[in-house]
Ligand binder design. Sequence first.
Ligand SMILES: *[C@@H]1O[C@H](CO)[C@@H](O)[C@H](O)[C@H]1NC(C)=O
Ligand SMILES: *[C@@H]1O[C@H](CO)[C@@H](O)[C@H](O)[C@H]1NC(C)=O
Length: 399
Amino acid sequence: MDFQFTTAFLLAAPLLATLKIILQFFLAMRLQKQRLVEMVKGKHVLQTMLESIDRPTTSIRVSIHFYPCILPIHEPQISSKGGSKGLGKAIAAQLVSAGANVTLFARGVDSLIAAQKELSALNKTVTVHYVSADLSNLDAVVAAVRATTQKMGKVDWLIANAGSAVPGFVAEQLEKGSAQDAMMTQNYFSAVNVVRAIFTVAKSTAETKKLAVGERTWAISGLSMAAQEEVPSKIVLVGSIASSLSFIGYSAYAASKFAQRGYGDALRSELKPLGIDVHVYHPANMDTPGFVVEAETKPEITAQIEGAASTLSAEDAAKALLAGIVNKRYLISNDVVGELTRIVANGGAPRPNPFTEAIAAPVLSLAMSGWSLLADMEVRDFFKKATKQKIATDEKKKT
Ligand SMILES: *[C@@H]1O[C@H](CO)[C@@H](O)[C@H](O)[C@H]1NC(C)=O
Ligand SMILES: *[C@@H]1O[C@H](CO)[C@@H](O)[C@H](O)[C@H]1NC(C)=O
């Protein structure tokens, strides 16, 4: 009896904990608009975007999928939803509606002008400003931040959202300038450069004010008291589920997002004594602003592993991010599978429910092991089938 009870408890506890996590996640994902308004009204948010924020978007999705042996084979998903809105503009729209003044950084002037027009129309009482900047060029970003603070005042929130995904096989991205280089520039350095620029400008602004606050010179994290007054209170890095999970086709993309996650963990740790909150967003499921090239270059097997499933609209993905910020989560997910993956991949970052997550851990780590086994099987079978097909077509050509 005792033995049976113990066994049942050992099995039930992780499952119940997992259910509790799912419930808590759904609560944390609901955006309470009033609380967002309280946080951002009258504040100045700087947000970076992909070069053009209204490109057709492509779904990147990592889902718990079932091996074709178990379920009917699903169609590989390479969906390109032309004209749907990117995450960047969706976040900005929420912020503008909540009463924030927003500055957009992107490269393409035309898309910035269009975004400014559209966002301004949402709320006539706020200012939507933009600066065209090449985020890969640190000097250009510093100049852009300087110009922005002169016009709009200090940056209260930074949302580093610019990024894109170019999937492909390692063996096909060998040349200089291939996705292996481009992804680091577009995803890692686009975020890091804007953080560096904000601290550079904060330090030099503090220099000019030094006399006024000359007696307050003690420093935290290399920033004088005066400089500490010029830094944002929130820094948000937009990553991906690929910030902690990587598989065939995403070597370049995931590497840049893992790098960004490593930067984010250290940034959080360093800035905490200053009262600056850092958040990293790991959307597992959404329409990401991506290049058309992404859909064109995504290997079939990559799409197959991602699985076919409906994706969250950019608007819902934006709301999930802001809800995570309001609810003080460091790593923010936007769907259940992403949240469960987050728990396994949390590393040394703070957890919203440490004890529940510890109890759920056996179930979740077993689920991840299952996922990795199935993914490996899928890759092996895919290439087996491809080889067979290649041999068959070669034979046909010969005869
Ligand atoms: C516009 O912003 C103000 C704050 O500046 C806010 O009170 C108001 O609700 C917003 N209006 C709309 C239509 O979103
Ligand atoms: C920011 O917003 C507030 C209120 O919404 C407004 O009074 C203020 O002038 C704005 N700042 C700038 C620089 O536009």
